[in-house]
Write a protein that binds this ligand. Structure first.
Ligand SMILES: Cc1cc2nc3c(=O)[nH]c(=O)nc-3n(C[C@H](O)[C@H](O)[C@H](O)COP(=O)(O)OP(=O)(O)OC[C@H]3O[C@@H](n4cnc5c(N)ncnc54)[C@H](O)[C@@H]3O)c2cc1C
Length: 398
């Protein structure tokens, strides 16, 4: 009989892990606490590093069918609207990195992974099951659900996100912390917008203590807008989907250029809704033991939650899954050794991306002399600062 992997969590990370493990010859049982699989209505950028993994899993066509492929990334001043720097994406990203730079609705990415999983006989997907505890007993791992059911497998992957229960038991390192930033996000149909407000590129607007990112998703039919500002956290940090007070957002944008304000204003005109995410993170992973111990490993946000300022949280979950596949496929090795190998090959890259994401937040939101220096560097070094070969290239080239 196949080795059996238990997965806690059916987000993008859990689904990618399930796909990877079945491709490594494992049977998989995945448990999601929500009563139906779903993803919040928001966009996600996927760099060539993660698109390459999707390609290797044979998902190029379904990804192409739902994603948008922006022609360029532009960085602009949120105050003056002036162009600070530009990086061509499109064909250049494919030529340089062997895969496109894509932008996709989270639900579309989640659905295409799920569709791929539905074709696999060695896989069971369960909803409405919350993983509560685990125990290692000899060479099996026993999992207990919130309703007291016992499930046994050969290994457990905690892909249960930022507030991971599996991490809590495995590492016991406390709760993630609120980083002081609030993300307002909205999706609007581009067809209903005046031409000047539609977009086929990624635009990042940088301002004092705020930034905004705008890009197309779903073949360009929708526009995703995220505005990140400093502010007090709502009481319930675990909710990704608070309703947002638009007046607060507008007041945070006082003094920004008309182009950015028009883009934000277009949401209300298209009868779109702003939603609010309080952003939380943890310090970077400190070593392989933070990602795997014995027959249990962590993946995605459970392992390395990060600020979204490098647009790589889901990308790192996808890369984790890709590495997990290689390690799980080493059938001659003891399972704890395979998981340790997975962690050894992932922790440094994840830590680097976490640290760079936090640093980007400080640079994006800079004020005073630091802002002046940032803008000058972007104007002179533009593409050299925006292109990230260490990130978009093969992670083995590190
Ligand atoms: C504003 C913003 C913008 C972002 N933009 C990007 C971007 O452009 N590009 C990018 O790559 N990333 C981006 N990210 C990051 C990305 O959203 C996350 O890194 C990614 O969704 C993490 O996926 P995950 O599967 O690890 O966790 P999650 O998506 O949190 O999934 C965890 C799943 O586990 C389930 N679960 C939790 N506890 C249990 C339990 N005990 N038992 C069973 N199930 C459980 C949950 O219900 C959930 O379905 C962004 C994040 C934010 C906040």
């Amino acid at each position: 009989m196949n080795e059996q992997l238990l997965i806690a969590g059916g987000g993008i990370g859990g689904f990618a892990a399930a796909l990877a493990a079945t491709q490594a010859g494992w049977g998989v049982r995945l448990y999601e606490r929500a009563t139906a699989f779903s993803e919040v209505g928001a966009g996600i950028q996927l760099g060539p590093n993660s698109v390459r993994c999707l390609q290797a899993w044979g998902l190029q066509k379904p990804f192409q069918a739902v994603a948008a492929f922006p022609e360029r990334l532009q960085v602009r001043s949120a105050l003056s609207g002036q162009l600070l720097a530009e990086l061509p994406l499109g064909a250049r990203a494919i030529a340089r990195y062997g895969a496109a730079y894509g932008t996709v609705h989270r639900a579309d990415l989640h659905a295409l992974l799920r569709e791929a999983l539905m074709q696999l006989p060695a896989l069971q997907l369960h909803t409405g099951v919350t993983i509560d505890r685990f125990a290692e007993a000899g060479d099996v791992v026993q999992v207990r659900t919130a309703r007291g059911r016992e499930i046994e497998g050969d290994a457990l992957i905690g892909a249960d996100g930022l507030w991971s229960t599996v991490r809590n038991q495995l590492l016991g390192d406390g709760r993630p912390s609120y980083c002081g930033h609030l993300a307002y996000r909205a999706l609007v149909p581009q067809g209903g917008l005046p031409k000047r407000l539609r977009t086929s590129q990624v635009t990042a607007w940088l301002g004092p203590k705020l930034h905004a990112v705008q890009y197309p998703v779903r073949r360009g039919e929708l526009q995703n807008l995220v505005v990140i500002v400093h502010g007090e956290a709502p009481d319930d940090l675990q909710n990704w989907d608070h309703s947002a007070n638009v007046a607060d957002l507008q007041s945070a944008l006082t003094g920004t250029c008309s182009a950015l304000q028009d883009a934000v204003g277009a949401v209300a005109h298209s009868r779109g809704h702003w939603r609010l995410w309080p952003l939380c993170d943890r310090p970077p992973v400190a070593g392989p033991a933070d990602m795997a111990r014995g027959q249990v490993a962590l993946l995605g946000d459970a392992a390395h939650p990060m600020r979204p300022y490098l647009a790589q949280g889901a990308g790192m979950a996808i890369e984790d899954a890709f590495e997990l596949q290689r390690s799980l496929a080493m059938h001659d090795l003891e399972i704890p050794l395979r998981l340790r190998r997975y962690a050894l090959n992932r922790w440094e890259r994840n830590a680097r991306v976490q640290a760079r994401s936090a640093r980007n937040g400080r640079i994006f939101h800079a004020t005073g002399a630091m802002r002046w220096g940032r803008d000058a560097a972007l104007r002179t070094l533009g593409p050299r600062l925006l292109d990230l070969p260490w990130l978009y290239g093969d992670s083995k080239d590190l």
